[in-house]
Design a binder for this molecule. Structure first.
Ligand SMILES: Cc1cc2nc3c(=O)[nH]c(=O)nc-3n(C[C@H](O)[C@H](O)[C@H](O)COP(=O)(O)OP(=O)(O)OC[C@H]3O[C@@H](n4cnc5c(N)ncnc54)[C@H](O)[C@@H]3O)c2cc1C
Length: 383
């Protein structure tokens, strides 16, 4: 464990209190304005939440995977836009740098990522390369002193706010698959880097994505992550293993939140002269949701612990992402059902979670891609 149990308990309690007292009252406003108030960003930074998984020597909290998912179990009990603000700095936006960056690259960026001064984004997906990320076309042509980037990245979380992008581009055009891909650290404001308009989305208002466009964008040689070409795709896959566990923990948290809301509603709401919570058909929905959320919680914790023991968790992390994201989809659907007409009406908030949850089955690998990863690894393990 990175933190002693008392410090960890204190942190979990302050995150839970922050969610209850500061974030939950703002959920509706954030959804309406599609914006997280700047004072909330400051408070999140003061709590150290931008640097949960960044090593202590660079100013972060250096949490283990188990500690990180425990924080996500608390922080995820509100609109996912709040978690998304810190999500890239702790996950896909910084992990490539932590795992494979040079000392110099880590020193240059990690302290500012840990403090929240700098937001980072992970730029892998392209218009023609989503699930099949290894087919990406963005090129990094070697030139005197560096590389020239050309291409477009799509749906990049936090790109409108990012100061740093981990960009995956092809350095070897003779290698069409994963082997020809390298990762680069590209700073916002580099000439030739521009952003598309902010995407309008089904849910998760307050969290923003957009295209990141490279047109003859010159970057220096030391922007190459880890100083080695051809390693980019391996870096991306390692980053996603960790990211999948974090997202799974957020799915558990959202499920637990809406189960709590549903239970309270079911106890208060009366029909046929009694609380609807006394009808067995409503109880079945509550019980199924509770059971599935508990199963996902156990899976996530167990896999996080295995990761902390340095075991290979690629298969189990995919199992967690598949189960937890599908589970929260079923749980929010039941939550709408338990709330009846009120569940469908925007003011109540439950329909917002219904829309917000839909993304979890799509990004950081769709459910079908998790199934493919799991089955492929099962077959490989036999041979
Ligand atoms: C809000 C949001 C935020 C995102 N943030 C980021 C980010 O920060 N960085 C980033 O790089 N990307 C990001 N993404 C991109 C996301 O990871 C991709 O959308 C996702 O991986 C799916 O790719 P795609 O959209 O191209 O769908 P496609 O790959 O075109 O898939 C379409 C459908 O086909 C299925 N399919 C594809 N291949 C197979 C197969 N072999 N077998 C069976 N079914 C298959 C898929 O499961 C899916 O159902 C984000 C996306 C969204 C919507």
């Amino acid at each position: 464990m990175a933190l002693d149990s008392e410090t960890m308990q204190g942190l979990l309690e302050s995150v839970a209190r922050f969610v209850r007292e500061r974030l939950r009252p703002l959920e509706h406003q954030v959804a309406q304005d599609d914006r997280i108030p700047p004072e909330i960003r400051r408070e999140i930074a003061e709590m150290g939440l931008f640097g949960l998984s960044i090593p202590e020597e660079y100013g972060g909290l250096g949490m283990t995977m188990e500690e990180e998912v425990r924080v996500a179990f608390e922080l995820g009990k509100t609109s996912p836009a709040f978690r998304s603000l810190i999500g890239t700095n702790n996950g896909i936006g910084s992990q490539g740098l932590i795992m494979d960056g040079t000392q110099e690259q880590k020193q240059r960026y990690l302290p500012r990522l840990a403090s929240g001064e700098l937001i980072s984004s992970f730029a892998l997906t392209e218009p023609e390369a989503g699930s099949d990320a290894a087919s990406l076309k963005t090129s990094a042509r070697p030139v005197e002193g560096g590389y020239v980037l050309n291409g477009t990245k799509r749906f990049i979380t936090n790109a409108p706010h990012a100061g740093l992008f981990t960009v995956f581009a092809r350095t070897d055009p003779s290698q069409p698959g994963a082997k020809g891909v390298s990762a680069f650290l590209v700073e916002a404001g580099t000439p030739g880097l521009s952003l598309g308009p902010i995407d309008r989305k089904m849910g998760q208002s307050g969290s923003h994505t957009c295209d990141v466009i490279f047109e003859d964008c010159h970057i220096p040689s030391d922007a190459l992550l880890g100083g080695r070409e051809g390693q980019g795709f391996r870096t991306a896959m390692k980053v996603l293993d960790r990211g999948r566990l974090h997202i799974s923990a957020v799915c558990v948290a959202m499920a637990e939140r809406v189960i709590d809301d549903s239970l309270r509603y079911a106890v208060e709401r009366k029909q046929f002269g009694q609380p609807i919570a006394e009808f067995q058909l409503v109880q079945a929905m509550l019980a199924d949701s509770r059971t599935e959320a508990y199963a996902a919680r156990c899976m996530v914790l167990e896999t996080a612990r295995a990761k902390d023991r340095a075991e290979d968790v690629a298969t189990d992390a995919a199992c967690c992402k598949l189960f937890a994201s599908e589970m929260v989809g079923r749980v929010v659907d039941r939550a709408v059902q338990i709330h009846g007409g009120a569940g469908y009406i925007a003011d109540h908030g439950i329909e917002r979670f219904y829309r917000d949850a839909r993304l979890f089955r799509i990004y950081e690998g769709t459910s079908q891609i998790q199934q493919i990863v799991i089955a492929r690894n099962m077959v490989k393990a036999l041979s």
